[in-house]
Design a protein around this ligand. Structure first.
Ligand code: NAD
Length: 271
């Protein structure tokens, strides 16, 4: 149950890829608090996913842990079929899995390029395609939602802010941005809503070195007009709203949840 007791996702079934850690785990918990049953996906180590599922269940929610490498077509198809077998269908996909393999451009290996593209972009394609297939097959269930299904693509402020030394990551997130918008255009007549969330700097394992010492955090805050580093729950709450009928007329947009990082903070007292 959410702090307010408001459960806009009551009875809906959600799959969260990479729900075992960081932003994904907060998204799982927030969706569950809003009334959804949640598949907590992980790829390599089940521990984090099991903890998230236990926390959801101890708060009276329902969760299921499923292993799948989002870059593998078979794994993604199995994750959807297991969910549909157990819970009847899927209403919400949060395509969240992502990783970085950083290097200066001339040192960037093909393996690092392909790994990031495979998880961050192909993984979102494979998950979104299975979701669209299921939403299309099932159509609208009016007791649950006015939409036939909702997809949220976890992107990054680096879908519009260039990022030296992370060219593979920025390219993958730029790809997510236009995949999301093109898909949104295509499936709107089916009443499938597709949106993106682009987090700024959120405290998770992916960027630990950027916030874990006071010096690093101070430097990071120079990029954040709102003067705090984001918490995973900031993204979880945005995901609840974008999955719910409260945002029913919001389609094909990217919600930047970034404390103003995309406001060109260096221009606040310069230029
Ligand atoms: P994280 O490292 O804590 O979580 C990444 C998740 O992706 C993990 O659960 C991991 O198991 C999963 N994953 C990795 N490879 C996978 C695969 N092959 N199959 C399935 N799952 C896989 O990092 P996070 O910060 O929570 O990142 C979540 C998403 O948010 C990513 O897409 C990331 O790019 C994005 N993001 C994070 C930040 C930030 O500041 N933390 C900012 C912008 C965007």
């Amino acid at each position: 149950m959410s702090e307010t007791g408001y459960q806009p996702l009551k009875g809906q079934r959600a799959i969260v890829s990479g729900g075992s850690s960081g932003i994904g785990s907060a998204v799982c918990k927030c969706l569950a608090a809003a009334g959804a049953k949640v598949v907590v996906n992980y790829n390599s180590s089940p521990g984090g996913a099991e903890e998230v599922a236990q926390e959801i269940e101890s708060n009276g929610g329902e969760a299921m842990v499923i292993q799948a490498d989002v870059g593998k077509e078979d794994d993604v198809q199995k994750m959807f079929s297991q969910t549909i077998e157990k819970w009847g269908s899927v209403d919400i996909l949060v395509a969240n899995s992502g990783l970085q393999r950083d290097a200066s451009f001339d040192e960037l290996t093909l393996a690092q390029w392909e790994k990031v593209m495979n998880v961050n972009l192909t993984g979102q394609f494979l998950c979104a395609r299975e979701a669209v297939r299921e939403f299309k097959r099932r159509g609208i269930v009016p007791e649950l939602s006015v939409a036939a299904g909702k997809i949220i693509c976890m992107s990054s402020v680096h879908d519009i802010i260039p990022w030296a030394g992370h060219v593979n990551y920025a390219a993958s997130k730029g790809g997510v941005l236009l995949m999301m918008k093109s898909l949104a255009q295509e499936v709107a007549p089916l009443k499938i809503r597709v949106n993106g969330i682009s987090p700024g700097a959120i405290k998770t394992p992916i960027n630990r070195e950027a916030w874990e010492t006071p010096e690093a955090e101070e430097k990071l805050l120079e990029l954040i007009p709102y003067q705090r580093v984001g918490e995973p729950e900031d993204i979880g709450k945005a995901a609840v709203w974008l999955s719910s009928d409260d945002s029913d007329y919001v389609h094909g947009i990217t919600l930047y949840v970034d404390g103003g990082m995309t406001l060109y903070p260096e221009f606040a007292d310069n230029g």
